[in-house]
Design a binder for this molecule. Sequence first.
Ligand code: GLU
Length: 550
Amino acid sequence: MDYKDLANLIFPESKDISYYEEKYPKRNLKEGAIVTRFAPSPTGFVHIGGLYQSVIAKKLANQTGGVFFLRIEDTDQKREVENGVTGIVNALKDFAMEPDEGMISDTESKGEYGPYKQSERKEIYQAYAKYLIEQGKAYPCFCTPEEVEEIRTKQEAAKIRPGYYGVWAKCRNITVEEAIEKIKNGEKYIIRFKSPGREDRKIKHHDAIKGNVDFPENDQDIVIIKADGLPTYHFAHVVDDHLMRTTHVIRGDEWLSSVPLHLQLFHELGFKAPKYAHIAPIMKNDNGNKRKLSKRKDQEAAVSYYEEEGIPEEAVKEYLLNIANSNFENWRRANKEKSIDEFELQLNKMSVSGALFDMVKLLDIGKTVISRYTAEKVYEEAKKWAKKHDEELNKILENKEYALKVFGIERGNKKPRKDIAKWSDVKENIEYMYDDIFYSKQIEYPYQVINDKEKINRILELYIEKYYDDNDEKDTWFNKIKELAGEMGYAKEVKEFKENPGNYEAHVGDVSTVLRVALTGRTNTPDMYEIMKILGKERIKSRFEKAKFN
Ligand code: GLU
């Protein structure tokens, strides 16, 4: 009896691997095209680090004419949650990151290299496990979990490397006859890889991000097929990335230390190994300590957070590219109007250690991104977000024509307004333009330099009676505020005020502030001329009435 008999006994139904090799041929892509993937487990949580990896993977695929696909790694069925796949698919959709191939809903996929859910590829893994058994490169292991635990305890007591390897690998030397007999007797088993490695030998690996790294060879006889017939991650990813013709495995650097094992598996299966690119995780500064963004402690670790806050997907992606390549910032400075799709990402410019997450920077990018939008686009996006997350804002935005005027203030010009970083900022930013909200609020008017009641009342009265006209152009409008400043005995020009500080109590800017505060209840707003144009004389007048002191 030989290995073939053993293989046939274990996997009687499996096809010959030549079937799969033909079914999934080499992809017909141009030289240099990168085929890569996002391969999450459906655990019910999409981490920002996963989105970061996807942004990088998709970009590299797109810019080389390659393929970016989504593969679901659900071989650990204990960790799976309901709707896990839908959550992942939707998260990619929310960020306009739809894959070219792979899962597109919980049950559907597109592309010729599927199935793209590992739990549906059981027979494929088994065919390759059988192939290894036939060659004596894998074997059934009959050790119970208790026995494996016992080995570990002994190793720990003796202070030697833990694991199932060398002399500790009890089942690797069982004869074929013995194994067949045990199986026929109904003994339980799993399948292990028979590692040809030696720990005292080194391998050299060139990682597309980390550069050259040396490792000891792998000598562990790892489990490739578990008791439930499903593969472990190590084995599954090797078979999948081979058959799906992945050229680059782009993944988190927690997998870097598994590279010796993975390269060995590729080699023993007779496959060409893909290139590996191990991405450093996004870090957080926690009171001076640098640590990974944590699912438990940090709300910004979940991609859902960005959607809930209404941070535009474009801003999040741009921010992630910022962390990915340090030259991005220069590129952006030189190409203010370009889409991030035009930036050429380079793996060898990725930072080797983890970048710190910077919310301030992200929101700043959000402001710039939104400042480039037309009023129409701001309206559509804000409305879409409000529908889901803020009923009050949704109501405010019902009158589209008026909302477009409000969002149009200081937009579409050379220096557009930059006060909205995320859709959850919108309400706070526009509500003073709505009378029902404005009048329903108790306002503490924050007057500044000019704060004398009489003078404020006088400014408001004079302005409406003598100076304001709905038909004025901006220059005339502003000149009239200067005139008003002059009539009040203040400096008509700031320059004049600065040259003779002793001569004046205030200047034209201070008069503007009084008008602005009375009009909106705040010191900081976009262009007051445009605000007044939208409100019109009657509404300005009644707002001044409300602001006046009795
Ligand atoms: N399922 C693995 C993970 O979520 C995938 C790693 C990989 O991209 O190969 O970490």
